[in-house]
Design a protein around this ligand. Structure first.
Ligand SMILES: *[C@@H]1O[C@H](CO)[C@@H](O)[C@H](O)[C@H]1NC(C)=O
Ligand SMILES: *[C@@H]1O[C@H](CO)[C@@H](O)[C@H](O)[C@H]1NC(C)=O
Ligand SMILES: *[C@@H]1O[C@H](CO)[C@@H](O)[C@H](O)[C@H]1NC(C)=O
Length: 447
């Protein structure tokens, strides 16, 4: 859904749970890449885990009923010119008008990421936009969170009752900025403008924070006006928050976060013990994953040669093969002499001792943290590689060196798994030789 740029559920309403739930764990896997305007010239880009990316958040909510679709309006506001995209499902879409069963009270989130095109980007930096489905009066906990995490909250409404006015006045003292979008549906706007003028000093509102959608007006006008209002908000350097920050606020408000269970935290503790030791990926791999370095490379070479028998020259095939086996066995012996490193001991205790649900979380946390550690250098090296590929053409030497660097800088769960595999293989080879069985002629292994 994220790849297709569809909005994602951020806050689930309390359907079968006593409280709403913020989806943080569910979004941990998402990584986004974009080019902010500040990097447009150098053609650089930023690549980050979405839940950690800090950006201004703008929220859109509805008070009472409203005869036009907020989601549809948002799609128009967020779509780059000439390229309409439906980020949010709305009622005028194909099948968009089926009655809501679970979506009432749902908060969805979507993002705008610039691509570094001066004239086409709507906003120079990324922004997050949240959309509350349903009336704020019936979904006050969700709305309260949005007022805490947003730089601006846009309230769409067609009429304001006395009760609703009282609710709005209770927002006095809140740090966020409120904007009202009034739909002048049956000429009622005048009355609402009157009420809002009374409310304005309480909510520290200026006249520009009141947008009226006249029935006679063209829709595109409202969209343009909203876009320029948003641009104004963004250039006023508002507070930036990440989804991880939102989770902190959510907990303070008594909203549940999907990560907050024992299994997830136990797993995280195990993972942090491992990742706390990784400052330099290449160094860590040399020190902690020792069976894989040169030993592993040489083993692979010998195993390949055992299959191909290309370099035998004037030795007889039998002698050549037994020479190779000797070398192979020697390498396995060297691997077998390595002790388990502290990193591997911790990894084994993670996947060995945790219960199945914790193990699942352990592996996902491992992947998330390792990706995060390695990402900076990897994205820089990959960009360099791509550039050199175009510029150098045939200079394979430099490309091969870069390739080597990329490989040295990458680190994932697979490296830990492979290290375990190598321990096992080395141990097996020793045991088999001890019992008199020869090493396999064409060993199974790296292919
Ligand atoms: C921005 O952050 C500062 C410091 O955390 C806080 O005092 C202020 O109220 C925030 N402003 C808004 C609009 O949220
Ligand atoms: C709303 O509509 C009424 C009647 O069509 C009109 O008199 C009024 O000027 C419009 N706008 C506002 C802000 O009241
Ligand atoms: C990234 O590369 C630099 C320079 O080669 C190195 O000093 C640094 O430790 C690397 N960072 C990680 C996380 O490996």
């Amino acid at each position: 859904m994220s790849m297709c740029q569809f909005a994602l559920p951020l806050l689930l309403p309390a359907l079968d749970t006593p409280k709403c739930k913020l989806m943080l764990w569910a979004m941990r896997d998402i990584v986004r890449k974009w080019r902010p305007r500040s990097l447009a010239e150098s053609r650089g880009f930023r690549e980050e885990s979405l839940v950690l990316t800090k950006m201004p958040t703008i929220s859109f909510v509805r008070l009472g009923s409203c005869s036009f679709s907020k989601s549809k309006l948002l799609n128009e506001v967020l779509s780059p010119s000439q390229q309409h995209h439906d980020f949010f499902i709305h009622r005028d879409m194909d099948s968009g008008n089926v009655p809501r069963e679970i979506a009432d009270g749902l908060v969805e989130i979507s993002w705008y990421f610039p691509a570094g095109r001066e004239n086409l980007d709507l906003f120079p930096e990324p922004i997050a936009v949240t959309n509350l489905r349903g009336d704020i009066e019936s979904h006050w906990p969700q709305f309260s969170l949005l007022t805490e995490i947003s730089s601006a909250v846009f309230i769409l409404t067609e009429s304001i009752s006395e009760r609703e006015y009282a609710l709005l006045s209770s927002l006095q003292g809140s740090a966020t900025k409120y904007y009202f979008i009034l739909n002048n549906q049956s000429g009622k706007a005048k009355e609402m403008v009157g009420l809002l003028n009374v409310l304005a000093p309480l909510l520290d509102m200026k006249k520009s924070q009141l947008l009226v959608k006249e029935q006679s007006n063209n829709r595109a006008e409202l969209v343009k006006k909203l876009q320029s209002t948003l641009q104004g908000i963004i250039t006023s350097s508002p507070n930036s928050t990440s989804i991880q920050d939102m989770a902190v606020t959510a907990r303070e408000l008594g909203i549940q976060v999907d990560e907050d269970d024992g299994e997830c935290w136990t797993a995280l503790e195990h993972v942090e013990e491992i990742t706390a030791e990784i400052q330099d990926v290449a160094k860590y791999k040399r020190e902690m994953l020792r069976l894989q370095g040169d030993l592993w490379k040489n083993l692979a070479k010998v195993e390949k040669e055992l299959c191909r028998m290309k370099g035998q020259q004037d030795v007889s095939p039998e002698d050549y093969r037994s020479q190779l086996r000797e070398r192979w066995l020697e390498l396995r012996r060297q691997q077998n002499q390595c002790d388990l490193t502290s990193g591997m001991v911790k990894f084994i205790s993670g996947i060995g001792q945790l219960c199945p649900a914790e193990k699942h979380h352990f592996l996902k946390w491992m992947k998330y943290h390792l990706d995060h550690i390695a990402r900076g250098n990897l994205s820089r090296l990959r960009a360099e590689y791509k550039e050199k590929c175009c510029a150098l053409g045939d200079d394979t030497q430099q490309l091969a060196e870069l390739d080597e660097l990329i490989s040295a800088s990458s680190l994932g769960v697979e490296h830990f798994m492979r290290e375990l595999g190598q321990f096992y293989e080395a141990e097996c080879s020793m045991a088999e030789t001890a019992f008199g069985a020869p090493p396999p002629a064409a060993p199974e292994g790296q292919k």
